[in-house]
Every structure is written in C-alpha cells, then in structure tokens.
Design a protein around this ligand. Structure first.
Ligand code: SF4
Length: 393
C-alpha cells in the first residue's frame, strides 16, 4: 500500500484490528466490506477496550414528565399538543411514586426527559429536581435532552452556563445525549424542521461535560442518510470525545447508544426507509471500530428485541442498556413492543450469550455482581431451570 492509496479491504481490516485510528474514507469503506469480517474486528476491539468476560446493565427508570411538545418532529409519535385530550404533565407526587417503584427493585437512576412544553416555568424544573433529591437522595438524576435545554435557554433568557449551574444546584447529575439521531443538518431538517441543530447539540453537551455532568452519545439510523453522513456523525462524536479528554479531564461521553428509526404512527411512516437488523449490526460494529475513544457501547433491546441485542454482544456492544421500566417515546412509534424489562431478563440475556452479567451505574462503573443462579432459579438438580420459560417479572 502506498502512502496515498486507499488500503484494500484486507489491509483496512488489519489496520482497524490493530486499533489504529481510521479516517473518514476508511470508515466509510467499512460499509462495503462483508459484515462477518467487520464484526470480527469490532468484537476483537470490544474485548480489548472493555472487560472481555463481562456484560453490564443499569437498573433505572425512564420518566417522561410531559408529553406536551412544540417541536413536532416528523418521526415522533409520543408528543401531543396541549389541547389534545391525552396530553399530560406529571406533578411531583406522580414522579415521586414512579421513583419509589424504582427504588423497590434496587434502581439507582432515572432518565427523565419530556417534550418541550412551553407552559412550564423554570421553577417547575428546579422544583422537580429539588423534590427528587429531597425524597430520593440515592437516585441519580440524568435529565433533559439538549432540545429541552435549548428551549430553557430561550424561554427563560438564561445563557447556557448559568442555566446549567442553576439545574446542577437544584440536583441535576447528568444530561443525556438524546436527540443525536444523525448529527448532519441536511438529515435533521428533513426529519424534523424545528429540531435542534447539530451545532447546538454539541454546544450544550460540551458545556455539560465541562461542568462534570454525565453525558452519553446517541445515534439513530434509518432516515435515508448516506454512509458518508453516518461516518461524519461518528467522527464528530469522536472529535468531541477527544476534546473532552484533553480539556475536561476525560469527562466525555460515558458510552454510545444507537437504535433504528421507528416510524409507526408518525408522519415519516412510509417515507423513511428505516433500517434492518443487518444494518443495525453493521452500524454497531462500525461504531465500535470508529469510536476508538468511547469504551462502552450499548445494545438496543427496545429497538431490536432481545435476540438481536444478544447478537450485538458479538458486534461490538459490551452493555445491555438498562431496565427502563417504562419507555414511551420509541415504543410509541413501534419498536418491538418492548418498553421495559427485568433484571432477570437482562441477566439471562448476558448469560445465554456467554458473558458474566454485572450491574453498573450510569457512568458504567460496576456496582454489583448479581447472583445469577438465584435470579434464574437454577439449582443443582436443574441447572437449566426457567431458561426456556420467558422472563415474566
Ligand atoms: S422527539 Fe422530542 S422534541 Fe421531537 S416532537 Fe417528540 S418529544 Fe418533541
């Protein structure tokens, strides 16, 4: 191979397997190589970059405090206008009751996001954070997508830094990176004309990282985006991760979560191609290769179902996400009819795929090694007990 020539497929896979950083053209070329070959490299890197024997997951709950939203993304079946009969905004007691249910199953964090509800004042958010910290002090609050933060900046006339300081002072622990989708504005404009643009998404998460908040990077495929656009999405995440590594003491994205577009009941239904399981696994494997500075990559059981999620553990993923307990946004637009799961089901998914399950916190630190036999009701007399029964819970 000469210095300027593109490597052959074999050379490219060897370069990727060695852990060397790939450029944009090389990442894009991976989409045209046989998936089993790309997957083998991705899995090899996953074994090097995270504990090779372990698959982690988090016990948490998604809480969507309001479904009123004025952004109106074409791919969203969750949001309502405030005049629709089934619109809602939860009061603090309702949210508290949901957290109490989470505490009862050993949960440690909530992922709390909403629509962009123009009726809510700043003290709804700060009061909510304070209420949760006062009544549920052990629960981490990862809340508000960049879209919601952008709304707060505009609605409350606060610059980003003082706004984040206000939320942190009230109890915010992390800012999830929801709304990443494809961080290319051509794609975003078509899918959701009023959606937060990629520069604002990065601006807000950069500030969150600078202030020490937890963040995660996300991606959704299936809008009809090109391989070049998917590649640029990954490269921008990698660049931000480099930046956080250099400037913020390594407080970059704790992980990377990716799923496929669901369009049922949305205006994009029949207009966006979505993505097959093959494409999902391919994208996951390429993300593992391209994101050489993001050690934790999640499998998506809500979007793909458990069988594909288990396969994901051999395509670059080292984590099964979280229990969620309720999920209202992706599931409103289809998915696999799954919007929550049990600890037992996640344990079984990891064990059956050949890994040791571990319970983590939102920063991917292991906090508990669950008793696998107890969770799966396995005994000496019947070591396979319950494995074929399903995971009611
Ligand atoms: S995806 Fe979020 S911002 Fe977009 S319409 Fe739905 S709730 Fe609103």
């Amino acid at each position: 191979m000469t210095a300027s020539a593109q490597p052959t497929g074999t050379e490219l896979l060897q370069k990727a397997a060695s852990g060397e950083r790939l450029n944009a053209a090389e990442i894009e070329a991976l989409y045209h190589l046989p998936l089993p070959d790309v997957a083998a490299v991705a899995h090899g890197l996953r074994l090097q970059r995270s504990n090779p024997d372990v698959v982690t997951f988090l016990i948490d709950r998604n809480i969507n405090y309001t479904n009123v939203c004025n952004v109106g993304c074409n791919f969203c079946a969750f949001y309502r206008t405030r005049r629709q009969a089934d619109s809602y905004t939860h009061d603090y007691a309702t949210i508290s009751a949901k957290i109490t249910e989470l505490e009862a199953v050993g949960g440690t964090r909530i992922l709390m996001q909403g629509g962009v509800n123009p009726e809510l004042p700043l003290n709804y958010y700060t009061g909510l954070l304070r209420h949760i910290k006062a009544h549920h002090p052990s629960i981490r609050i990862d809340a508000f997508s960049p879209e919601e933060v952008l709304f707060m900046e505009k609605a409350f006339g606060l610059a980003l830094d003082p706004l984040l300081d206000t939320l942190i002072e009230a109890g915010l622990d992390g800012l999830p990176g929801a709304g990443g989708e494809i961080l290319e504005d051509d794609v975003r404009k078509k899918a959701a004309p009023a959606r937060i643009r990629s520069a604002d998404w990065f601006r807000i998460l950069d500030a969150a990282q600078r202030k020490g908040l937890y963040t995660i990077s996300t991606m959704v495929i299936g809008f009809g985006e090109s391989y070049a656009q998917r590649t640029r999405h990954l490269l921008q995440i990698r660049e931000q991760q480099d930046r956080a590594g250099q400037l913020y003491g390594g407080n970059g994205f704790s992980g990377f979560a990716m799923w496929t577009l669901q369009t049922e009941h949305t205006r994009l239904h029949g207009k966006a191609p979505g993505a097959t399981a093959h494409e999902y696994l391919q994208q996951l494997a390429i993300a593992r290769i391209a994101l050489d500075n993001v050690p934790n990559i999640q499998a998506s059981w809500p979007g793909q179902g458990f069988k594909v999620a288990q396969a994901s553990l051999y395509y670059g993923a080292n984590d099964l996400g979280s229990t969620m307990m309720e999920e209202n946004v992706v599931s409103a637009a289809g998915g696999h009819g799954r919007h929550k799961t049990t600890v037992r089901e996640l344990i079984r998914s990891a064990v059956d795929a050949g890994f040791t399950p571990a319970i983590r916190n939102s920063r991917f630190q292991i906090i508990e090694w669950p008793d696998v036999d107890a969770h799966l009701n396995r005994t000496e007399a019947n070591p396979e007990a319950e494995r074929a029964v399903g995971a009611a819970g």
